[in-house]
Design a protein around this ligand. Structure first.
Ligand SMILES: O=C(O)CCC(=O)C(=O)O
Ligand SMILES: [Fe+2]
Length: 252
């Protein structure tokens, strides 16, 4: 990694905490004003894309955000976040999925789960690092509005959460709280759960999964790259332009 000594020290600290506790909260990666700017842009997309289903579910996902506004490309390729995943995964890291998730007042929960691609992996899960998730807080997260629930150390279990725990709160669970503009990073195998929004306002986050380029991505990022004018080198890398593309071995 080509980083200044200060950035390198910060990245080492974050990676060590993630390795030990599954996750790390990094306060105020961007200012509240910048988070407000991103949330205001997201609010326009939420309004334009809302459906009967999203209204009834009280949760709404906005996909393809990289092509919907440049601010989302900027955050996907934020230097600190890229440095963390380069260190944690490898320099050839790519982005697997980059979406927004909003829970509205009255939203319930999701069950405890690991993120993609762990639900597809045979047991025991490989110990090598496959993926890492990034949650950008676009609102202040609290226990009341449904800060994400996380089970520290769960990335070391090597398996999915057992069926008898997935819809109950775990006594060792911790709740992601923080001011907007903060970011939580976690090992992709970490057990976590979306929590009820008992406040009277929506709660929005951006979710960016990063992975090694030898794994299939959750979304087709390369298809989205085609719609981005003048992408930087790191944006091209993150969106898969440099990854190995399978071909046919010629018989020569
Ligand atoms: O929004 C959250 O709190 C978590 C969402 C989540 O876990 C997911 O979308 O996989
Ligand atoms: Fe998740």
């Amino acid at each position: 990694m080509d980083a200044s000594p200060d950035l390198q020290r910060e990245v080492d600290r974050i990676v060590a905490e993630m390795e030990e506790r599954s996750y790390c909260i990094i306060p105020s990666v961007i200012s509240p004003e910048k988070a407000d700017e991103a949330r205001t842009i997201l609010e326009r997309l939420l309004e334009a894309e809302a459906t009967e289903v999203s209204r009834a579910a009280k949760t709404q996902r906005v996909g393809g955000i990289a092509v919907k506004h440049p601010i989302f490309i900027e955050l996907m390729a934020h230097p600190l976040i890229v440095a963390i995943w380069k260190q944690y995964l490898d320099n050839d890291v790519i982005c697997s999925t980059w979406t927004a998730n909003t829970s509205y007042p009255g939203f319930g929960t999701y069950k405890w789960h690991p993120d993609f691609p762990y639900q597809w992996l045979n047991y025991p899960w490989p110990e090598s690092r496959i993926s890492g998730q990034t949650i950008w807080l676009l609102d202040d997260f609290s226990e009341e509005n449904g800060g994400t629930g996380i089970l520290p150390g769960s990335h070391r279990t090597g398996h999915r959460p057992p069926a008898d725990m997935i819809d109950k709160w775990h006594p060792d669970g911790e709740i992601l709280t923080g001011v907007r503009g903060s970011v939580m990073v976690y090992h992709g195998a970490t057990w976590h759960t979306a929590r009820p929004n008992n406040s009277d306002k929506p709660r929005s986050a951006l979710l960016g999964m990063y992975t090694r380029p030898c794994y299939i991505t959750q979304e087709d990022m390369l298809a989205q790259l085609r719609f981005i004018a003048n992408p930087s080198d790191i944006v091209r890398q993150l969106m898969g332009a440099k990854r190995f593309q399978p071909g046919i071995v010629s018989n020569r």
